[in-house]
Design a protein around this ligand. Structure first.
Ligand SMILES: [Zn+2]
Length: 369
């Protein structure tokens, strides 16, 4: 066990394990990829694999020795964490960040707005590097949000990466590869983390956060591969958002002016991420309506089997009303248009324009009977 504990990143695990098996572990890894996919978690597990004193299998850790136990709690003196923080950071604030990672590696405490990793931090690291490790098993430096290093900090780090101290491994973590200096990237082995699958997030929500399976299913579908976001969604008022997404459908049917007002207020009041989530909820609603309407034409379908497939099962009555009111809806086209809009939103096309075109297209497919 160890690296395998990190869900949904099998490819990454294979790459790292192979490096261990071939005895070619690079002195610096660079974990990159979207937020909330487990990069920090993997960094902690990798630190265990590097420091554990009991496991005889390369790339594994025992999860029981005193090293492993302390790394789990993020209290091991030879695991050094660097993260963006103001110069005035207090020791108890730093401890809070270590603790939050130990509790849930997908949700590090964010205590400051727009902090950076200053050159002082790297200088401090250099001073530490001049001494031997506390426990003789080697040291692991984990640099979180590595893209937040100031240019002078990055250049200073570069010198350590070029001539790494003995038995000191680096794991740089970033969700913003484009902001990393090429010179830093070239000194590390970059490993890309992919977005998590819906089923992976669903399972994690049930197992880690003890969420009811029905709720986990909804949340996993609108978290778009980001487990950190899924955890945040648990704390938000999801029923209200679901109501609102159906409200959007109603508004779309009104006049051109109403649609314009709707788009304007959405863009003005909500962050892009939240608009994406609303569209995600809308997709789920239409998908359910599609499933239900298809089974209406096929009496041989077992109703209980069909109901099992629904996400909005708690809104069955409203769904059925909707299907009765809109018997001519072209679900496939609507679903396609929303997916297309979500894709455009990822590519930074003008948000107002995307929504206006989307809602106008949807109006055509939403025919009331
Ligand atoms: Zn161990």
């Amino acid at each position: 066990m160890s690296l395998n504990k990190v869900p949904g990143q099998e490819k990454v695990i294979t790459i790292i394990k192979r490096a261990f098996e071939q005895n070619r572990v690079p002195h610096a890894f660079l974990f990159h990829g979207d937020e909330g996919v487990g990069k920090e978690y993997m960094a902690i597990e990798l630190a265990k694999a590097l420091i554990c004193s009991e496991s005889s299998v390369p790339g594994e850790s025992c999860d029981q020795c005193s090293h492993c136990l302390r790394i789990n709690k993020m209290t091991h003196p030879d695991v050094i964490l660097l993260f963006p923080a103001p110069l005035s950071v207090k020791p108890d604030e730093e401890i809070l960040v270590y603790k939050s990672l130990a509790e849930n590696p997908y949700r590090r405490a964010a205590l400051w707005a727009n902090p950076t990793i200053s050159i002082d931090r790297i200088r401090e690291l250099k001073r530490k590097a001049a001494f031997k490790s506390f426990e003789g098993r080697g040291r692991v430096v984990i640099i979180l949000d590595a893209h937040q290093m100031t240019p002078s900090a990055a250049n200073s780090l570069l010198k350590i990466l070029e001539e790494p101290p003995e038995k000191m491994n680096f794991i740089l973590v970033t969700s913003n590869m484009s902001q990393m200096l090429d010179t830093i990237i070239s000194r590390c082995q970059p490993i890309r983390f992919s977005l998590l699958g819906q089923e992976t997030i669903e399972k994690m929500l049930v197992e880690r956060e003890k969420v009811a399976p029905e709720k986990a299913q909804v949340v996993a579908r609108i978290a778009f591969g980001n487990y950190q976001r899924a955890c945040e969604l648990l704390e938000e008022n999801l029923p209200e958002q679901r109501e609102f997404s159906v409200e959007i459908l109603r508004s779309i049917l009104k006049t051109d002016f109403d649609r314009l007002m709707l788009v304007e207020s959405l863009v003005r009041e909500k962050e892009k991420l939240h608009i994406k989530e609303l569209l995600g909820l809308l997709l789920l609603w239409l998908r359910d309506a599609l499933i239900l309407s298809e089974c209406k034409d096929k009496p041989n379908f077992s109703r209980s089997e069909v109901l099992k497939k629904l996400v909005n099962i708690d809104k069955l009555e409203t769904l059925e009303k909707f299907i009765r009111a809109f018997q001519e809806v072209k679900y496939d086209e609507m679903i396609f248009e929303i997916e297309n809009a979500l894709d455009l939103m990822n590519r930074n096309v003008n948000l107002t324009l995307i929504l206006l075109v989307l809602f106008d297209d949807m109006r055509k497919y939403l025919r009331r009977t």
